[in-house]
Design a protein around this ligand. Structure first.
Ligand SMILES: [Zn+2]
Length: 486
């Protein structure tokens, strides 16, 4: 893998670009974005009207990029990431490979969700911010050992805070009660851990979206979708008598029916969503990670799959009863049909959640089930659009909603004067087609209508004012994959 680095300039100007500020308001063009050190110091219109005003002056910089025809948006935030430390999956430089793929897709912040890698991630967070390692901004959600009492819960939070994690990631075991979770929530609040607690409520837990939300007001993010339909269904989900939670085929097969059943009680679902909204619970749906459940062959059509996936990682996604999340043996038409229905209902309520005032973010769970670093967040944007969100709102969800939810106030204004410069410059218009953000870009018909041409992709990624050549990072990652293939 070559070593493309980030460059820091005293002043940097992105010229003639169309800006999408990430706050849900319309695009503006053309503008110059001026950056000094790590701050945006101006977003200046360069339209003929603006230029004719007295005293008008275009910003100047030590480094200037001409981005005519390109779009600048806030750097994307992937809210659910597993950085690959296991050499069997991504080789000896797995984390760097993943970080480069993130930055190559305009991802400037990742929120890591474990497991057991907190110390290494804290070190990468430090090196990345000092520009000594190529990384996006890393928000570390620490993972705890086993907890059986409220005091142990408090102690575990305290320990992670001392270690330096930004928040906590939990998959509560069946013995974690609402009281234990509430104690941990209080500790997180007292210690001002702004990234809060991200909880994936397994079906084996007695907790659901309502009890978890009430236990940890204002500091909870609900991962995936577990716990929401469960809270709406009176009693248990109608699983068959021979259902075995430990059998992942069973678990995921019947998970395909849970939203359909909950949808028989729409008032209950809305009550669950409203309870989450009242308690300030954020919903991070990670739709992309389950997508193969609705269409198992889908990844085989993704152009990037072989080219950019480390061979060991690709191997780890193949059906295998001995591993987690590789249950697709005998995955049937009926299972795909159930999941297709599930997605429709899930998406409808996700949209309803946002329409009623709830905060949605974008995450991928990348590293699992064909979700490749960087590529998968673009896929999540497409799925959010499929859920009914306007592309401007999709960008807001994947940028300023996320940064605000983690207390990163210096980023929550998006691409605006006075905020930190985390920006993705895209060759094309993502509002028209999110596919332009994939590293593999899009195939277009040439303007003279004589041939097909390749375009798109993120061109530049800026993190805290550090400029990265996104295409060079992508080439590094590809080279690394080729090396690993041997
Ligand atoms: Zn995960």
């Amino acid at each position: 893998m070559s070593d493309s680095k980030g460059q820091k300039y005293k002043s940097l100007v992105i010229r003639n670009v169309t800006v999408v500020n990430g706050r849900g308001t319309p695009a503006q063009s053309p503008v110059d974005i001026a950056i000094e050190k790590d701050k945006i110091t101006g977003v200046v219109s360069v339209s003929p009207g603006a230029a004719s005003r007295p005293g008008y002056k275009r910003p100047e910089g030590d480094m200037e990029i001409d981005a005519a025809g390109m779009y600048a948006l806030p750097g994307l935030v992937d809210m659910h990431v597993h950085v690959p430390f296991r050499e069997t999956q991504c080789g000896p430089r797995g984390p760097e490979y993943a970080y480069k793929l993130f930055l190559a897709h305009g991802v400037t912040t990742i929120r890591t969700c474990g497991f057991g890698t907190d110390e290494k991630l804290i070190e990468h967070r430090r090196l990345g911010m000092a520009n000594k390692m190529v990384t996006p901004r890393i928000v570390v959600m620490g993972t705890t050992g086993e907890i059986t009492t409220a005091d142990e819960g408090r102690e575990a939070v305290h320990k992670l805070n001392k270690l330096g994690t930004d928040g906590i990631k939990m998959i509560p075991r069946s013995n974690i009660t609402a009281e234990i979770l509430a104690a941990m929530g209080e500790e997180v609040r007292d210690l001002d851990m702004k990234a809060g607690i991200a909880v994936h409520i397994p079906q084996s837990s007695e907790l659901d979206a309502v009890s978890a939300s009430e236990a940890v007001p204002d500091y909870l993010t609900l991962e995936h979708t577990y716990g929401i339909p469960q809270a709406a269904i009176p009693g248990s989900q109608s699983i068959p008598p021979d259902y075995n939670y430990s059998d992942e085929v069973d678990r995921f097969r019947w998970s395909g029916h849970v939203w359909t059943e909950a949808d028989q009680y729409p008032d209950n679902v809305l009550w669950v969503l409203d309870t989450m909204i009242e308690n300030g619970t954020v919903w991070n749906p990670t739709m992309t990670v389950y997508e193969i459940n609705r269409e198992y062959e889908l990844p085989n059509r993704w152009r990037w799959l072989d080219r950019y996936t480390a061979p060991g990682l690709l191997e780890s996604w193949r059906p295998d009863p001995a591993r987690h999340a590789t249950y697709h043996f005998n995955w049937r038409t009926a299972d795909e049909v159930a999941w297709k229905r599930k997605y429709q209902i899930w998406m409808r309520y996700l949209k309803a959640f946002a329409d009623r005032g709830g905060i949605v973010t974008a995450g991928t769970d990348c590293g699992f089930m064909y979700t490749l670093y960087g590529f998968s967040i673009v896929r999540e944007l497409e799925l959010l659009q499929e859920a009914g969100f306007h592309p401007l709102d999709v960008v807001k969800i994947a940028t300023t909603n996320a940064t605000a939810s983690m207390g990163l106030d210096h980023l929550a204004g998006g691409v605006q004067k006075g905020f930190t410069a985390d920006i993705a410059v895209v060759d094309g218009n993502p509002l028209d087609n999110f596919k332009v953000m994939y590293g593999t870009g899009v195939t277009k018909y040439s303007e003279d209508r004589t041939r097909m041409v390749q375009g798109g992709g993120v061109k530049w990624t800026i993190k805290a004012g550090i400029l990265y050549d996104a295409k060079a990072l992508l080439r590094d990652a590809e080279e690394y994959v080729t090396e690993l293939k041997g």
